[in-house]
Ligand binder design. Structure first.
Ligand code: ADP
Ligand code: MN
Ligand code: MN
Ligand code: MN
Length: 342
């Protein structure tokens, strides 16, 4: 009898930043589509998703990918969480995005997310001296050499695993602070990019176990004159990618300006420590957009400006953001909102 190991992955109810959880289900028979995957349950009282006396939550598989670590016909399964009575659980942010994505599917929204993160070896960033600090920032970004770069073997393993799983990775790079890295997922539709980003995060943590190195999405893992970690979200609609799209992009920036505070509130915890106006960020209190401006809230890439169409880069989301929420906010503000002067 055929069987496969299916790693059921879900997002918990931890506040203010949710954590990934997973457990393995042995599935008998072939898995050709998500409908071949049974629903499952878990103890919500251990994941901040239920009270102890009524603790069963429901896992409903929504997408799956080949498991690059176990190999064979084993799979990684992304799940949504429901209450025992079948209603959407309050921690389930994917459900709302699912509805919006369907409503605005004619806009053909694309997202490319740049996930920054920091490796930790115990209580200090990977590669940092036991006492004090490494040399100041300057040579680490896209650096090479054992004095500049820390953790490349893990990064290479993670990249390979993502590609084997079919995740639409568009690249990786070493970041400005030593021990800090980035990978990019996309461009993809809102549900695809979000599911794949969560699974790529899961793979990062899981591969880190083998190296006894952890990865954190803390937006400011080291206080002081060190870059924080963000999740720049690149976004376009069909009309932005067509001739004359720059006008649509500028109109989108005006809509985003009117909703700045709502977006900040949804873009990840502790983001005020990162969006200081220094270190290639715009202050959390301000909203600015501009061509090629890495000190703006929204950057219009040089190429987009030159071509007259393309995409925008929302630089505000924090590394620990929930992509389901960030994609929801962008679609709501840009697609669902008529432009009104505030
Ligand atoms: P940066 O110059 O800000 O470091 P990156 O190369 O790290 O940019 O990331 C850019 C991201 O934008 C990639 O994930 C890429 O796939 C994505 N992207 C490219 N074109 C589009 C588009 N039209 N719509 C949305 N995302 C896009
Ligand atoms: Mn980047
Ligand atoms: Mn970056
Ligand atoms: Mn960027």
């Amino acid at each position: 009898m055929n069987h496969c190991k299916a790693e059921y992955i879900w997002i918990d109810g931890n506040m203010p930043t949710a954590k990934l959880r997973s457990k393995t289900k042995i599935i008998e028979g072939e898995v050709n589509s998500v409908s071949d995957l049974p629903e499952w349950g878990f103890d919500g009282s251990s994941t901040q998703q239920a009270e102890g006396h009524f603790s069963d939550c429901l896992l409903r598989p929504v997408s799956f990918l080949p498991d690059p670590l176990r190999g064979g016909n084993d799979i990684l399964v992304m799940c949504e969480v429901f209450n025992a009575d079948g209603t959407v659980h309050k921690s389930n942010n994917r459900a709302k995005l699912r509805e919006l994505a369907e409503m605005y599917k004619d806009e053909d929204c694309w997202f490319g997310i740049e996930q920054e993160y920091t490796f930790f070896d115990g209580i200090k960033p990977l590669g940092w001296p036991d006492n004090g600090f490494p040399a100041p920032q300057g040579g680490y970004y896209c650096g090479v050499g054992s004095d500049e770069v820390f953790g490349r073997d893990i990064v290479e393993d993670h990249m390979e695993a993502c590609l084997m799983a079919g995740i639409r990775l568009s690249g990786i790079n070493a970041e400005v602070m030593p021990g800090q890295w980035e990978f990019q997922v996309g461009p993809l539709g809102p549900l695809e990019v979000s599911d794949q980003l969560w699974i790529a995060r899961w793979l990062l943590y899981r591969i880190g176990e083998d190296y006894e190195v952890s990865a954190t999405l803390d937006p400011k893992p080291v206080k002081g004159d060190w870059n924080g970690a963000g999740a720049h979200t690149n976004f376009s609609t069909k009309s932005m990618r067509e001739e004359g799209g720059i006008k649509v992009i500028e109109a989108a920036c005006e809509k985003l300006k009117n909703k700045h505070k709502d977006h900040i509130d949804a873009y990840g915890a502790d983001n005020e420590q990162r969006l200081t106006g220094l270190h290639e960020t715009c202050s959390i209190e301000e909203f600015r957009y501009g061509v090629s401006d890495r000190g703006a809230s929204i950057r219009i890439p040089m190429q987009t400006s030159n071509d007259g169409y393309g995409y925008l880069e929302d630089r505000r989301p924090s590394a620990n953001m929930d992509p389901y929420i960030v994609c929801t906010m962008l679609i709501e503000t840009v697609c669902a909102q008529e432009l009104v002067d505030a």
